[in-house]
Design a protein around this ligand. Structure first.
Ligand code: 3HC
Length: 415
């Protein structure tokens, strides 16, 4: 029996309430007939809380449209409450979940109605706010995927720095023979550079990748919201802040979601697609489809600090710093051990430098505030490094010193 089987074992038992229903209710055999599909959904890790009207999640898992149509969805709508186990605290419409039965199933819109009526805007033009570590990569990936891109920065210097990174990546790809020069030129031409918000007015999707500072993000959204056409979708690339806080300051909280890319965005396969409580089904689906159209794997996640990856990755990186503080190993010993022993492409301290210690510090603060657990707290070494302005690779110094030809251990942290 595999994990999915064990977790689904209870479906073999009569589901309380289902057997008492009139003849119209699904028979247990019907549930079993759907078991492979149920298993597929569960194995794909779709755990977000469900309300009775929430049928779209049955169809879209990690960007794949599950077969089965309305019939399957209707059965699952009735049968999935026990499948998902304990209800989450943040299920908004708990009575609707518990009471989900044929009454609500009959109210579900037909699949065809959904398909024809749902989409708000077709994404052709993408605005990216911020041309830093993440923003330039997000813009490049979108342009490479054929979208028109408007890349906005606060000043020309930062804008040119971001574009310089893109040019360098494209030149390297041409050099390696992976891309034709004409294609690289076309990608560059698709990216319009600006320092002016008004150039975003006609974008269909705007993704923010500015500093991980809620106050700054809110100020920016308030301004952008008044400029960009009302049917456009907004997305935040936040690593840890609640998506709903940003959605709520706009006039389009239903058209707001999280699209969390990973560094380097050009290489890393994942985009976490974060559904705020206000995000509509259509916008969430558009987010998953957009990730796919960018060649990424879009994985749905709840609007909880750190989402999936940072929830697990950040405590690991912080533990590596604690191990260093305790003298378990030197900087390079810890890194080399994790590369050779766990098959990671980078050791944790090199990765912390790569992500940016300032970004990591900001993520820690949000996660510590949310979970109040020591494992998310900034270790003293990290606090001191931040105070010294050592932000990792981007500032030239972190756990490693990047001023030489190849990174060397930061001697101030040794011993
Ligand atoms: N931008 C664009 N492309 C890059 C790149 C960059 N910064 N760095 C590397 N690449 C490309 C290279 O061009 C090369 O492409 P090719 O295969 O087409 O030739 C490919 O990636 C491999 O690069 P290299 O051979 O130079 O180097 P490595 O094999 O050592 O790979 C790495 C570099 C991809 C960065 C790898 O070390 C890695 O995967 N590291 C882990 C990164 C990671 O864990 N990121 C997630 C961080 S968490 C996060 O971002 C969340 C946030 O919220 C904090």
């Amino acid at each position: 029996m595999d994990l999915a089987d064990r977790r689904l074992g209870h479906l073999l038992e009569p589901i309380p309430g289902v057997e008492d229903r009139p003849a119209k209710a699904p028979q247990l055999g019907g549930v079993l007939a759907q078991r492979p599909k149920v298993r597929e959904i569960h194995a794909a890790g779709e755990h977000r809380p469900l309300a009775a009207h929430d049928h779209a999640a049955n169809r879209l898992v990690s960007g794949r449209l599950l077969e089965g149509g309305a019939q399957c969805e209707h059965k699952l709508a009735v049968d999935r409450v026990p499948l998902l186990g304990a209800l989450q605290d943040d299920v908004t419409d708990r009575s609707a979940v518990l009471g989900c039965d044929y009454g609500h199933v009959d109210r579900l819109p037909a699949l065809d109605d959904q398909k024809s009526g749902g989409r708000l805007v077709q994404i052709k033009k993408v605005g990216v706010l911020g041309a830093g570590l993440m923003g330039h990569g997000i813009a490049q990936v979108a342009a490479q995927s054929g979208y028109e891109v408007v890349l906005r920065e606060v000043d020309d210097e930062r804008l040119e720095k971001g574009m310089g990174r893109i040019d360098k990546q494209l030149a390297r790809a041409v050099e390696k023979g992976k891309v034709e020069q004409s294609d690289a030129d076309a990608v560059q031409e698709r990216i319009q550079r600006t320092t002016d918000y008004s150039d975003l007015a006609e974008c269909d999707l705007v993704i923010e990748a500015i500093t991980e500072d809620l106050a700054l993000k809110l100020e920016m959204w308030r301004e952008v919201d008044g400029i960009v056409k009302p049917e456009a979708i907004f997305a935040t690339n936040t690593s840890s802040l609640a998506v709903i806080n940003q959605a709520a300051v706009t006039s389009r909280p239903d058209r707001f979601l999280g699209l969390h890319y990973f560094n380097p965005a050009q290489v890393m396969k994942l985009v976490e697609v974060v559904r705020a409580v206000t995000t509509s089904d259509e916008v969430f689906e558009a987010g998953v489809e957009f990730a796919q159209a960018n060649g990424k794997l879009g994985i749905a996640t709840k609007d909880k600090a750190g989402f999936i990856v940072n929830r697990l990755l950040v405590p690991y990186l912080l533990d590596a710093i604690r191990a260093l503080e305790e003298g378990v190993g030197s900087i390079s010993e810890i890194d080399e051990a994790m590369k050779a022993g766990a098959g990671h492409p980078m050791g944790p301290l090199a990765l912390a430098d790569f992500v940016g210690l300032d970004t990591m510090g900001a993520i820690c603060e949000v996660m510590y505030e949310e979970f109040a657990e020591r494992r998310f707290a900034q270790p003293p070494t990290l606090r001191k490094m931040l105070a010294a302005g050592w932000y990792g690779k981007k500032s030239g110094k972190g756990f490693y010193d990047y001023s030489g030809e190849s990174p060397a251990e930061n001697s101030a942290l040794s011993g």
